[in-house]
Write a protein that binds this ligand. Sequence first.
Ligand SMILES: [Zn+2]
Length: 372
Amino acid sequence: MTEQQLFKRFARERRNAAAYDAGDKSEEAQLFAVSLSSFQDHLAWTRSAINKQDMGATIIPGYIDLMTLNAFADYHGGTHYIGMHQALFVTILEFAYYCFAQRGFFPGIGNASLETSPEPIDDQAPGLWLLDQTVKGMRTIPHRANRILPNDPERSVAAVYLALLMVRFVWLHEMAHCMNGHVHYVQSKDLSQSLNEIASQEVLGLVKPVPARNIQKWDAALRCLEYDADQTAFWGSCQIQIGGNENIQGIAAMDITSRLELTVFGTYAMTWLFETYQNYFKVQYDSTHPQPVERLQSIFNYAARHITPQEPDFITLQKTALQQFNTIRQKIPAVFDMRKLEIKPLADEKLLANIRKALLSYRYDVNSTFRR
Ligand SMILES: [Zn+2]
């Protein structure tokens, strides 16, 4: 069976849905295909990694044909599967287009004076209207025709690159849930069958009921897995640029500072979006998830400790990237004020360190043979 066939079977059996085949020739479908094949290239290193039980890590990525917002990591029948729902990709693309339609957003890219800074279609976060519709039971939602696009063609292309960088962050985050041993950890501890970015109703159906006395403890553990996956994904996203491993030609042709600025903006934006979606369900189902500020904080601390020492210009370009949120906040006030981020320990710092120790027996590592 090919990987594509395996993913199709997995989608049917485990997610009760069809795999989305990016094979048709529409422009948008091509973007799905570009993102997936770029990520498959970046996955190559994982094939030589093993864990303490000498198990290899096979990770099969794919898209699920669902108009709900989600991404997940799972381990089923001896293989890791990671995926993203089609609607998440589309929402990311809409968000990136909207950002570049704002005149004040990365004004140095293209001819920003052509932009009219339109009001958002959602008055809150992009994608929340979609959550509303799916929660109300609508299963298929046509793409909105009145999508907001930048006027300047160069900014329109930059928006596509930003979207591809954000989607890459999602792929790397799900990959981290597998490689860092998270999926094995939650399955063996009976915390969850799979890791889902948004614990929606149907996904909660997959999770075993948690005894009330353990809920807080398990929530905290799951929160730490999110911090750990975010940090690995952020590291990977930056290394692809710093290490000269960008395999999407258009992005590779941009100067390194712009690429890193878009990467940093995309990482914080994606993390904030995930938190916003999760909190939407938190209100409905009363489950917990990291507070947006703590999850953004975890990335900010990580950058200071692990990326700045390697890339001296990082502090300046991160500042530039985070400043772009001010422009978006003028239109979508719910966006977190990134200027408030400063280096300080997480509330869960100690627990995170303990969980990382526990993960050592589950994680996959290229060099693990030499470490034992
Ligand atoms: Zn996650």
